[in-house]
Design a protein around this ligand. Structure first.
Ligand code: AP5
Ligand code: MG
Length: 220
């Protein structure tokens, strides 16, 4: 299954994509995670991307399109993939169509999550990430068993540089201006599937699995 998670910063795309990736045994492709890894590694692409990310702006389309194009050709995508945080502009969505056509693939569902701004800010300000494996937590809603330590790999948790309130507002503005139009874009293609953005993480996970199971039954 080839899927996209669409939603504003803090909507829970990464949280749900990671859970679904384990259930379906297909990779989660997060352009944000890939970019953050490049920033840490100090590659030329990472150094360039950091300027945009730190200010809460989107990284230029050609950079992220190049990343996804390369990633989708890896063997682990043969049985499907989950795009988390891509596409984020109409130009990226058009570029994705072209690359998928070349690969003879198509997106089955765009799982669209919406959450009001106030809740997004609460989620983002309490988010912590594992510095080694990238697993995300929330200080209140999804805390690690031991404070500051990743349950999975035991490494330290950190707060993302762009998770400050000022940067967060800019990220939200970017979302409404450049990414939200994709809701209509995919709705017109009849592949948009609204998913509840609020509620317990497990309940949202169950809703997503129900939707996908229903679609598998419908197609069989
Ligand atoms: P990216 O890393 O993709 O960040 P984002 O889209 O801003 O989204 P987030 O990762 O902040 O939120 P999320 O929806 O994944 O939420 P999460 O599951 O973590 O991108 C970062 C930057 O990279 C961008 O600003 C841009 O510069 C650049 N970039 C990346 N992709 C790009 C692209 N395609 N084009 C251009 N530039 C690009 O959840 C948030 C918190 O809430 C967590 O703490 C979690 O534990 C908690 N939580 C989750 N679900 C719930 C729930 N149901 N109830 C309570 N808490 C919850
Ligand atoms: Mg994320």
């Amino acid at each position: 299954m080839n899927l996209i998670f669409l939603g504003p910063p803090g909507a829970g795309k990464g949280t749900q994509a990671s859970l679904l990736s384990k259930t379906l045994n297909i990779p989660q492709i997060s352009t944000g995670d890939i970019l953050r890894n490049s920033v840490r590694a100090g590659t030329p692409m990472g150094t360039r991307a950091k300027l945009f990310m730190d200010s809460g702006s989107l990284v230029p389309d050609e950079v992220v399109v190049g990343i996804v194009e390369e990633r989708l050709q890896a063997a682990d995508c043969n049985n499907g993939f989950i795009l988390d945080g891509f596409p984020r502009t109409v130009a990226q969505a058009d570029a994705l169509d072209v690359m998928l056509a070349r690969l003879g693939r198509q997106i089955e569902f765009v799982l669209s999550m919406t959450v009001d701004d106030e809740k997004l800010l609460t989620r983002i300000s309490g988010r912590r990430m594992c510095e080694k494996c990238g697993k995300g937590y929330h200080l209140v809603f999804d805390p690690p068993k031991e404070a500051g330590i990743c349950d999975l790999c035991g490494a330290k948790l950190y707060q993302r540089d762009d998770d400050k309130v000022e940067t967060m507002r800019k990220r939200l503005d970017e979302y409404y201006e450049k990414t939200a139009p994709l809701i209509d874009y995919y709705s017109q293609k009849m592949i948009l599937q609204p998913i509840p953005g609020t509620g317990a993480i497990e309940d949202i996970q169950n809703s997503i699995e129900k939707v996908l199971k229903g679609s598998l039954r419908d197609n069989s």
